[in-house]
Design a protein around this ligand. Structure first.
Ligand code: HEM
Length: 420
């Protein structure tokens, strides 16, 4: 570590920092734009321009699987073999040129047109879900968790009877991705979930090869036919499906939950229910900036280097604190205020550079459809607990409320009213 660079003993998964990461980031920002975290043995970058620079710097790798693998015992490595193959095939954990080879075919199959086609089905799914809710419910368990799983099922052509499995698999996979080896129960469940998921997606790929369909898997199979330039192997298609599930589920759950949480805290935001589409869109972008699902993106130093005045050593992790960058006063006026119609809003909630979120349009579409519908169905929705009782998942990378008890306050418009 360079001597002139400050370090901090802060623990980013301690309860206070999980509850209010922005206070923690503020403290770090007061120290320096790049700080060494003693507790995590990692660098953290909190400055907007530096976070953007880091996310496009090829000297920093997204391969965080290798360091995890190196920590495993021979026995754990043997248990982890299949899951490792799966995760190594995820574009997010690959640098160029492999990253582009894995991303391009999925990008071509995941077109804006294909996403827009899902609008009506998302609206119908939302209405069905909202229509069956009691007066008091948990917004996470009953709305924000099942809906994105249902949408990914539509995207991939997953059988209706397996949608609950999707939610469960994506939840369990977290332990693998975060490398929670020290929690054998979670680790074991994650390995089992990965196996079950691989087997199911394998059957689905086989089925859609025999009976061609126009869904994302079908388009990937067609694009990977003989002689095609953007071919993926069946294993890579399975890998892509599992990444879309993992990348698109908890993040969207978080965006929907946080949106309703802030609306419950601030009555002025309730007019999102009747706002024009552009205003709903601006509100969603502001939630992504102000309190979005992404907290930190992790990169790994490939070789010793001098990075913006700091000497970094090969294999050190670098935490790009996107949540801090999104509240950098040099990039946003009044960064700690939630301004629902903020324009422009150059937030980094979907990342930046080559790994920019592939599902951003889908996530936006879901939020723009679902949030106004919730508010029109339940105009008086309120928190059904003391705000202080809420807790967030204790992870370094993301920000997700565990459970959001609400009271619907009685039905408003029929949830089947058209969205406009
Ligand atoms: C609000 C919801 C979402 C948020 C906040 C979000 C955020 C992100 C971020 C920040 C990244 C880049 C991570 C990095 O650079 O390390 C990313 C990548 C990715 N996201 Fe999302 N995401 C969301 C929803 C989705 C959805 C719905 C899907 C697909 C169904 C999806 C699929 C992906 C994929 C495949 C990547 C990897 C891209 C690559 O490595 O080239 N995401 N997402």
């Amino acid at each position: 570590m360079s001597e002139s660079v400050p370090s901090s003993a802060i623990d980013l998964v301690a309860p206070a920092a999980v509850r209010d990461p922005h206070a923690a980031f503020k403290m770090l920002r007061a120290l320096a734009p790049i700080v060494w975290l003693e507790r995590h043995k990692a660098w953290i970058v909190v400055d907007f321009d530096l976070v953007r620079a880091g996310l496009t710097d090829e000297r920093l790798s997204t391969d965080t699987i290798t360091p995890l693998y190196e920590r495993l015992s021979p026995e754990q490595r043997a248990q982890y073999a299949d899951a490792e193959t799966l995760l190594r095939g995820w574009m997010i954990f690959n640098d160029e040129p492999t990253h582009s080879l894995l991303r391009q075919p999925v990008r071509s199959a995941f077109t804006p047109g294909a996403v827009a086609q899902l609008s009506e089905e998302i609206a119908e799914l939302t209405d069905r879900t909202l229509g069956s809710l009691p007066e008091r419910f948990d917004f996470v368990r009953d709305v924000a968790f099942p809906l994105p799983a249902g949408v990914i099922a539509l995207l991939l052509g997953v059988d209706a009877g397996r949608v609950n499995d999707l939610g469960e698999w994506s939840k369990q996979l977290g332990a693998l991705v975060m490398g929670k080896v020290s929690r054998p129960d979670a680790w074991g469940r994650a390995l089992a979930a990965a196996q079950e998921m691989q087997s199911y997606f394998g059957q689905l790929v086989e089925r859609y090869r025999k009976e061609p369909v126009d869904n994302l898997i079908g388009r990937l199979i067609t694009a990977s036919g003989e002689g095609q330039e953007q071919a993926l192997t069946p294993e890579q298609i399975i890998g892509a499906c599992s990444l879309l599930l993992f990348g698109g589920h908890e993040t969207t759950t978080s965006l929907l939950t946080t949106s309703i949480y802030h609306i419950c805290l601030n009555n002025d935001l309730r007019n999102v229910s009747t706002a024009a589409e552009a205003d709903v869109a601006a509100f969603v972008e502001e939630i992504l900036r102000y309190d979005g699902p992404s907290k930190i993106f992790v990169r790994r130093v490939r070789e010793d280097l001098e990075w913006h005045g700091v000497r970094m050593t090969a294999n050190q992790p670098v935490y790009f604190a996107v949540a801090a960058a999104n509240r950098d006063g040099a990039a946003f006026d009044g960064p700690d205020r939630l301004v629902p119609d903020r324009t422009p809003n150059r937030h980094l909630g979907f990342g930046w550079g080559a790994h920019f979120c592939l599902g951003a349009q889908l996530a936006r579409l879901e939020a723009r459809i679902i949030i106004p519908r919730v508010l029109r169905a339940f105009p008086n929705i309120t928190l059904d607990c003391d705000r202080e009782e809420l807790t967030w998942h204790p992870t370094i990378v993301g920000r997700t409320i565990r459970s959001l008890p609400v009271r619907s306050g009685g039905m408003g418009e029929s949830p089947s009213a058209p969205y406009k």
